[in-house]
Design a protein around this ligand. Structure first.
Ligand code: SF4
Length: 466
């Protein structure tokens, strides 16, 4: 229901309430980040990968079992979604790489991509095989086209291999039209900053690319942190360069941090401390929601030794080789179900709520195999704490449940309703399918007001569950 029809329904004098069927949604991993080996033929100074593990190369049989996950992965759509055949290591040094690529099904064109540094010695056949596979996108690293600089940044004395491969790829691409998309990625460093414009022009003029990504290295707790920090430029220099890049008119994605951004990050308040002081019923639920609603919650990491790491267990778990498809389906269901567990609210005691009178508008009512998602907002008729919310579901046969909700401010709703900033509250809750016994449910929002009293707001409609 859109906003207008929901408002009309509010003023509809009919006694009967509309029963709304949640929209069916597929359960999918947002991303699967795989690596088919665990090392690299370079040692880029900015790289955060670790190289001390015993080298492992995934074989093609194992690869075929791992790609059973493909139908369960969201299509590639940028923003980190899709299936990474290689994520943090270099795939071309795996001797089984081309055999693995050859086993990708047609659907992989919508989902799969990989990144290569293009440094391993390649011939025409190798490059042709690589670009003929069922992949949607190939990222190519390009840090410098000046031999000495390239070798300094990558700590690899094989610029001639890189250059040969790049020229060969250009020649081959000129005679093909059934190609995956290509994108170049350049790490912007103080070291190569005077070459960035030339690199962008070179890639655009020589290759049929969809875009060029320019970004600064990750700054975190890695061993090379000091070197990475030393490569960040001043704010003025970054501004000048980004303006120059924009004026080229090419499709360039920029994620560029300056030294000043680093200082802002250092000064950012540690919000976790504030939470500790008000650890209560609602704050505990907020912590659970922050984990399951994290942008990377539905990302699965697959290691070259056929183990995987998910966001619940955070440690490698062996993937069943007998029935890997079932393993991935179960893993996906477990992650979704765990999201619903964040909403569990078993110990809520409802005490004499007072009825309020206000709109509840629904942005999303959907259902998958694990839960019903209920997302919307409310504009209360009095001042309540919109972060202290419990959602009650009452079935047509009296089956009653209470759920926590993740809450947020809704400045758009404040504006729409002409309220002061922070008045209206948005919410989302996940209701485990198996916890519900009746076929239709009414929904009430139970907010606390500033004195701790419960104010109840009721949705106009009913949710159909069966
Ligand atoms: S090519 Fe990639 S994986 Fe290899 S060292 Fe450089 S950044 Fe790391």
């Amino acid at each position: 229901m859109n906003i207008i029809s929901q408002i009309k329904s509010k003023f509809n004098k009919k006694e009967e309430r509309t029963v709304i069927e949640p929209q069916r949604e597929e359960m999918l991993f947002d991303a699967v980040n795989m690596d088919i080996n665990n090392t690299c033929n370079q040692r880029c100074r900015f790289c955060f990968s670790s190289f001390w593990d015993k080298p492992v190369n995934m074989d093609a049989d194992t690869f075929r079992k791992m790609i059973e996950v493909l139908p369960l992965v969201r299509d590639y759509a940028g923003g980190g979604y899709g299936f990474y055949i290689s994520c943090i290591y270099e795939p071309t040094i795996n001797p089984n790489f081309i055999e693995c690529l050859n086993s990708l099904p047609e659907m992989a064109k919508r989902k799969c991509f990989f990144t290569t540094n293009l440094v391993r010695p390649m011939d025409e056949e190798y490059i042709t095989d690589m670009i003929s596979a069922n992949v949607g996108l190939i990222n190519i690293s390009i840090e410098s086209l000046r031999p000495e600089r390239f070798e300094y940044i990558t700590q690899n004395k094989k610029f001639h291999h890189y250059h040969n491969n790049l020229n060969m790829l250009e020649r081959i691409l000129k005679n093909r039209d059934d190609l995956p998309q290509f994108r170049f990625i350049t790490m912007l460093l103080e070291e190569n900053s005077d070459e960035i414009i030339d690199l962008i022009k070179y890639c655009q003029e020589h290759f049929p690319i969809m875009s060029h990504e320019i970004r600064t290295p990750y700054i975190s707790v890695y061993d090379n942190m000091k070197w990475n920090e030393s490569q960040l430029m001043s704010k003025q220099k970054v501004e000048k360069l980004t303006n120059e890049i924009k004026s080229l008119g090419y499709p360039v994605d920029m994620d560029i941090k300056s030294v000043d951004d680093l200082e802002i990050l250092d000064d950012a308040p540690d919000e976790s401390c504030g939470e500790e002081n008000k650890t209560d019923f609602y704050a505990e639920a907020r912590k659970r929601f922050s984990k399951v609603e994290d942008y990377e919650y539905l990302f699965l990491r697959i290691n070259p030794d056929a183990t995987c790491i998910d966001k619940i267990h955070n440690e490698p778990i062996p993937i069943s080789r007998d029935d890997s498809r079932k393993f991935f389906e179960d893993k996906l269901f477990e992650l979704y179900l765990n999201k619903a567990k964040a909403s569990y609210c078993d110990d809520y005691a409802e005490i004499n709520p007072t009825d309020g009178d206000a709109f509840i508008l629904i942005d999303k009512l959907s259902r998958n195999d694990a839960y019903v998602e209920f997302t919307g907002w409310c504009c209360p008729d009095r001042k309540v704490d919109t972060d202290r919310l419990i959602i009650r579901l009452t079935g047509d046969n009296g089956d009653t449940h209470y759920y926590h909700a993740s809450t947020r401010k809704r400045p758009d709703a404040d504006e729409f309703k002409g309220k002061s900033e922070g008045w209206c509250g948005g919410f989302t809750t996940y209701i485990e399918n198996d916890s519900l016994k009746d076929s239709t449910y009414s929904v009430d929002l139970l907010y606390e007001d500033t004195s701790g009293k419960t104010i109840r707001y009721s949705w106009e409609n009913l949710v159909a569950i069966s």
